[in-house]
Design a protein. Structure first.
Length: 265
């Protein structure tokens, strides 16, 4: 046995484990799991069947990846998967469940960070670079856009879609779809644009356009969904921000759930 695999680790013969993968003491890799090169599985980590880990994924102690969905109607005989993108780090005690759908995939993107004891439920879809702080709770079928950050202890209702570059405050409760590029706090409250994050990644033109779109939608009297239909974004980012209001399945934050304040410069 390779010196990178501790002798107390249990790896099913039907699992596909690339050469050079580190497997710590008492770690378990079940049949049908696929572990790509460069992965590191810490002591007592568990990789369930039909889990696919991309290259250089780190799974820390007591994390369980690919567990059965917590859905009373789910049959364990259903073939489904969970895919974790390359470079993602999964810290201690994280749980992430496979899909409830036949041949469905719960997907965690590349270079994500799932901090201790966070939970990703069945059928969730996380974009690249998503960060979940400690104790974040994602219910089933939640979508999180790339480079969004969810603060510690926040909870997200099932089927909610959160756009890219969103900042969710710790202990927030998110029950409605969230447009991209904004900040959310408390109970479904949009508090402004995520300007700190935007300045790190977007052009001045894109940020200026997002400011204008945000003000037109959220800082004028009327229904934001209706307001978003009658204005036009000048950049791809502005257009994405406005388009999300028409595509929402759970409804967007209405004006009554938006703090009335001016945007900082």
């Amino acid at each position: 046995m390779s010196q990178l695999v501790h002798p107390t680790a249990i790896i099913d013969p039907q699992a596909k484990v690339a050469a050079g993968v580190e497997v710590g003491p008492y770690a378990i890799v079940e049949r049908g799991a696929t572990i790509a090169a460069g992965c590191r599985l810490a002591a007592h980590s568990i990789i369930r069947e039909s889990t696919v880990l991309g290259e250089n994924v780190v799974v820390d102690s007591f994390a369980v990846i690919g567990g059965l969905p917590q859905d009373l109607s789910f049959s364990p005989s259903v073939h489904s998967c969970i895919h974790v993108g390359e470079g993602t780090v999964i810290r201690e005690g994280v749980t992430a469940h496979r899909s409830t759908q036949v041949d469905g995939i719960t997907r965690i993107g590349k270079n994500c960070l799932l901090m201790g004891n966070s939970h990703v439920a069945h059928d969730c879809q996380l974009g690249d670079g998503v960060i979940l702080a400690n104790n974040v709770m994602l219910a089933g079928h939640v979508h999180i856009g790339s480079r969004s950050f969810l603060g510690g202890g926040c909870g997200v209702h099932q089927f909610v879609h959160i756009g890219q570059f969103v900042m969710v405050a710790g202990n927030a409760s998110v029950t409605y779809d969230v447009p991209p590029y904004v900040m959310v706090a408390e109970r479904s409250t949009v508090t402004g644009l995520n300007l700190v994050g935007l300045k790190r990644h977007l052009s001045r033109a894109a940020i200026s356009d997002l400011r204008a779109c945000y003000k037109q939608v959220y800082m004028r009297p009327g229904d934001p969904v209706k307001l978003a239909k009658v204005i036009s974004g000048q950049t791809c980012e502005g257009k994405d921000f406005l388009a999300c209001f028409a595509s929402s399945q759970r409804g967007r934050f209405s004006r009554s759930r938006v703090q009335s304040r001016s945007l900082p410069k």
